[in-house]
Design a protein around this ligand. Sequence first.
Ligand SMILES: [Cu+2]
Length: 264
Amino acid sequence: MKSVVRRFRLKIVLTAFAGTFLLAGCSSDNSFTRMGMPDPATVEAPRILSLWTGSWVAAWIVGFFVWGLLIWAIVAYRRKEGDGLPAQVKYNVPIEILYTIVPLMMVMALFYFVQRDQTVLTSVAGTKHSVNVVGWRWSWAFNYEEEGVYDVGTPGERPTLWLPVDEKVKFELTSPDVIHGFWVPAFLMKMDVVPGRHNQFAVTPNKEGTFAGKCTEFCGTDHSRMLFNVKVVSRAEYDAHMQDLKARGQVGKLDNGRSKIAGE
Ligand SMILES: [Cu+2]
């Protein structure tokens, strides 16, 4: 009876595993090979992608090694008939040094790669233009610095951030209230929007199209409503849209989008 239950349990576990892998493989854009990441839409994104997949590969290698040791210890040293209490060991200094040094080396390796890529990703050198992204409870305002215009969407319509393709843009992130998170999944990059700070990073969108964006710091009641779109277009279309905003009278800079959205 016991072995039947065990076999049944094993079947459930195997089915769950197979199902997970199959379903992951089914996603339309085949994000499985990117370990769940979206299709990169900026020049900088592949760097983040390789940091992500590299970390996973390293984690799997460490994982398999540890599981292998575990299984070996469980099988080779399992209790056999007639075994008494095994020899008790304490103060094994070489082992203690080993399990201090090895994790330390792993953390240092991760730190090295993160630091190397972060330095590049937060560099705003060579940017062609800049957008001040304001995260506020509960939406977004985009101040186009060079053009002197802003956009905050309309009531009931999520705001859209327009960007010209193949031009490096600097985002300056500010908040008048609480911490928000500026995230465009297709850029593979996100950064917190912290009141009293000017966080910034730069990306070069290299694919035209419309992308989704959202807030990734839980910021209160309507956090889930903090959605926006990103439209990456040609330079000509971008300029035309800037003229459009000007014609609509959306000139100047918003510190806060609240006053512009009715019903807030
Ligand atoms: Cu938020």
